[in-house]
Design a protein around this ligand. Structure first.
Ligand code: ADP
Ligand code: ZN
Length: 643
């Protein structure tokens, strides 16, 4: 896109410096709150409306865009789905020259470029998947100034030949996407990101904007330091994802629990995470048998199979990807409606990142997890036997405590999550399982003492099932063989059901009061700080797991739940499906993912607002000039033929 009227903007002196040391431990950055002059925004607002089809900015977008348009450096921390892309895409269009966007993954680049092309913006990606000819063509366009944005992988950007090419270009800005890749703290470290300071040194007059959704303090500090962004402004948004409903259930019969959860979610896209490859294969097969369109994804599959499965997940609308954590990075699909964990993730950070892949489009989505004694025991053991340094082990063990605390909490899950990430004063959310079905707690000191002494008296070698049998006063061969019916703890827990005992034992393992011997036969032994409890010096508070069926479907309240997109009106539902079918037809014809044409959100708006002509259609959020021209008639026909 040409912008002949674009004013030439001289880089302004940089605004108040952000000293990385000024960050507090939680990573909170001082944000410059100086009042802003909105008049500079008229051109970008026009672009917001005519190209992107949006009426107004969200959150700090306006301020960030103004700052970058004026030539300032910025660090943008926003949650997934917060709207980071606009923060560099609009300045890229407004400012003269081409914006260079550093992006770590080919899949991410292609998605962004395709979405921009659909909006009529001149964008291209340079990466290793291109043929030599295509690369040369894009480089030529770059040199002649025909492009507004070029996405490039860091290793390509850093080559001498590419930098020499850039020397001849008018550069609008550098955007460094997924900026947390510069930090070794997280799991996406990319050494090439460390060399990106060359951009600053070679082109000091070009503004840089670094963006990430990673919330933790050490990562933020690394970004500021390692990208030498200390002179820029930091924009930090809250990290809540209000459209995601968090639910965590004790694992009883995981397959059936999963099937119950999925029962009224047929036709929706989702991810089911499992720890092992075997479990991925089994679960995907089981779901397929049950009539779901499920595909497996893990590092043990041939790379062509992985690529094909990922491609189907992106281009089709109702695929459930059953996967190990090898899957997910670089998936920008906005309409993932649920993320399931059949096994515990490694940490709360991992949980937040993995569940964050749900609902980027802002529509209601679910993060649903089951966990049980085995998971807890496995993670506890991994932490104990880890070969890391003592200091590292302490960190790991704290992270594990936080994760288990989240699982076992009786409070609002969102409060626990966000507090962990350093936010405070969070009201109970009303959109998690514990808010929807409050969980009570009770004084579990006595019941804990009973369990601990039973483990002790049986010699600290039996698994949970046998211990519970003894507590319940059961009559099993094992009990008779070991004469456990003679013990003082035999039958002392008759007043408690087997399920409740399971819940108690799981919680005691979570608390570290019992330890499962994973190397042996899963026998339970006493944890190191049991003494206080046995002596009666420490009070133990336990949660009463909800027993009703209500919790079983993911914390939804009675009755059949509505799917996330359910108009409650058969005609509207049918229109939505017809619009989806039209979108799929158009997407297939171009070989692009359906969501780059319109997102579900826009289809929902079409159903609710029923535009009768092109001018109504142009008024829908997300419909800019290019999309109006390309798709207005096709979708209007679907709408008007039914109304
Ligand atoms: P992020 O990169 O932060 O995960 P995106 O840039 O992909 O988020 O934006 C998330 C969603 O929000 C997209 O569907 C995008 O079109 C939409 N969006 C962004 N900014 C606005 C806005 N100002 N008004 C309406 N929708 C917006
Ligand atoms: Zn809540």
């Amino acid at each position: 896109m040409d912008h002949p009227d674009a004013p030439t903007i001289e880089p302004k002196p940089r605004s108040a410096a952000v000293d990385p040391n000024a960050l507090d431990l939680l990573g909170n950055l001082p944000v410059d709150l100086a009042p802003t002059d909105q008049s500079a925004n008229s051109q970008d607002r026009e672009i917001l409306k005519t190209i992107f089809g949006f009426e107004s900015y969200r959150g700090e977008q306006a301020e960030i865009i103004r700052h970058v348009v004026e030539g300032g450096d910025a660090l943008v921390l926003m949650p997934t789905g917060g709207g980071k892309s606009l923060c560099y895409q609009i300045p890229a269009i407004v400012r003269p020259g081409v914006a260079i966007v550093v992006s770590p993954l080919i899949a991410l680049m292609q998605d962004q470029v395709e979405s921009l092309k659909q909006l009529g913006v001149k964008a291209a990606a340079l990466n290793s998947s291109l043929s030599f000819r295509d690369s040369v063509a894009i480089e030529r366009q770059l040199r002649t100034g025909e492009l507004d944005l070029v996405y490039v992988a860091p290793e390509r950007l850093l080559t001498d030949s590419f930098l020499e090419l850039l020397d001849d270009c008018d550069i609008a800005l550098f955007a460094i996407d997924e900026a947390h890749c510069v930090s070794q703290w997280g799991h996406d470290f990319r050494p090439e990101y460390l060399q990106l300071t060359v951009l600053h040194n070679r082109y000091p007059w070009v503004p840089r904007i670094a963006l990430t959704a990673t919330a933790d303090g050490p990562t933020r500090r690394d970004i500021l330091e390692r990208l030498e962004l200390g002179q820029g402004r930091a924009f930090v948004a809250g990290f809540d994802r209000p459209n995601i409903r968090y639910s965590v259930q004790p694992k009883t019969a995981p397959r059936n629990q999963l099937l119950r959860f999925l029962a009224d979610r047929k036709g929706q896209a989702g991810i089911v995470y499992c720890l092992s490859r075997n479990k991925v294969n089994e679960t995907a097969a089981k779901l397929s048998d049950e009539g779901f369109r499920a595909l497996p994804y893990h590092a043990g599959l041939d790379s062509s199979v992985r690529a094909a499965n990922q491609d189907r997940f992106i281009k089709e609308e109702d695929i459930i990807m059953v996967a190990t954590i090898a899957f997910g990075m670089g998936i920008d699909k906005p309409d993932v409606r649920f993320v399931v964990h059949l096994d515990l993730p490694k940490s709360l950070e991992a949980y937040y990142q993995e569940t964050g892949r749900a609902g980027r489009d802002g529509l209601p989505s679910e993060a649903w997890m089951v966990y049980g004694l085995q998971d807890v025991a496995k993670l506890r053991q991994m932490a104990e036997t880890s070969e890391a340094s003592e200091a590292q082990k302490r960190i790991e063990s704290r992270k594990l405590d936080a994760l288990l605390g989240f699982c076992e909490t009786t409070r609002c899950r969102r409060q626990v999550l966000l507090e962990y990430f350093g936010e405070s004063d969070i009201p109970a959310c009303g959109n998690c399982d514990t808010c929807l079905e409050p969980v009570s707690s009770f004084d579990g000191t006595e019941i804990t003492q009973k369990a601990l002494s039973c483990v002790y008296r049986t010699g600290q070698m039996f698994g949970a099932a046998h211990i519970i049998d003894v507590l319940l006063g059961g009559d099993t061969e094992r009990i008779r063989k070991f004469r456990h019916d003679d013990l003082s703890t035999y039958g002392i827990g008759k007043d408690v059901s087997r399920d409740e005992w399971r819940s108690v034992i799981r919680q005691l393992v979570s608390l570290g009061l019992l330890v499962v011997d994973m190397e042996g036969y899963g026998g339970l032994r006493l944890g190191s700080d049991c003494r206080d409890v046995l002596r009666g010096d420490r009070r133990i508070e336990l949660r009463r797991d909800p027993t009703g069926k209500r919790g079983a479907g993911g914390g939804r309240r009675g009755g059949k739940s509505k799917g996330p997109i359910d108009f409650g009106d058969p005609e509207q539902d049918a229109l939505f499906q017809a619009l989806r079918a039209k979108r799929m037809e158009l997407a297939k014809a171009q070989g692009v993912p359906p969501y780059v044409i319109f997102q579900d959100k826009q289809l929902v708006a079409m159903v609710l607002q029923q535009p009768a002509n092109l001018s109504d259609f142009a008024g829908l959020s997300g419909v800019g000039q290019a999309k109006l021209e390309r798709y207005g008639d096709a979708f209007l026909e679907v709408i008007t033929s039914r109304t």
